[in-house]
Design a protein around this ligand. Structure first.
Ligand code: 2AM
Length: 177
């Protein structure tokens, strides 16, 4: 199975993000139910490895914290535009949780994540590059700032590629205290 660790987002916040999800030619908007903030992409693992991942994540003692989505940005440029995302206000507690997850997963035998953690919520991927329209879109919404929300758990998701796109299923949730 293909796994990743993420924060789920409250319904009202997903609605707020949904309201951003139009007016950009070439964009494939993420299904509202699928909006999430990835903490660690794990990828394809076997059953035993999945159990080890679950055990490692279960051992994490993390504290609750508040998180605010703010600003929009893109990954990739003209040549290969990859994603449009909503950003996250700098958040030490989030970075700390992500570091704990990374350490726990390495102890469980996973190869280290080489990419630097850049917290974001992907809003769209692209079937065609909207060109200048994308810059206009981002500038017009640059003041985007959502209500803070309380992070009380993190989630291990599985991802299946279906006809209609990715289906994410929560496999386990880990409470923060
Ligand atoms: P993205 O939001 O930046 O696209 C489930 O696929 C989640 O894991 C997505 O949020 C995606 O990040 C992330 N993801 C998918 N493939 C990845 C990879 N090869 N490396 C890191 N993260 C990945």
């Amino acid at each position: 199975m293909r796994l990743f660790v993420a924060l789920s987002l409250p319904a009202d916040l997903r609605s707020r993000l949904c309201a951003l999800s139009s007016g950009l030619p070439g964009a494939r908007w993420v299904d509202p139910a699928n909006l999430h903030l990835t903490l660690r992409f794990i990828g394809e693992v076997g059953g035993h490895e999945a159990d080890d991942v679950d055990a490692a994540l279960s051992g994490i003692n993390g504290k609750r914290f508040s998180l605010t989505l703010s600003g929009l940005g893109q990954f990739g440029g003209d040549r290969r535009l990859r994603a449009l995302w909503a950003g996250v206000e700098p958040n030490e507690a989030l970075d700390h949780l992500q570091a704990k997850i990374e350490t726990a997963l390495q102890r469980a035998g996973l190869a280290p994540e080489k990419r630097k953690f850049k917290p974001h919520v992907t809003l769209a991927r692209f079937k065609a590059n909207p060109g200048e329209r994308l810059q206009d879109y981002i500038v017009e919404r640059s003041l985007f700032r959502a209500e803070p929300f309380e992070v009380t758990e993190f989630v291990l998701y599985s991802s299946y590629l279906a006809h209609k796109g990715a289906i994410y299923a929560p496999e386990a949730t880990y409470p923060l205290i």
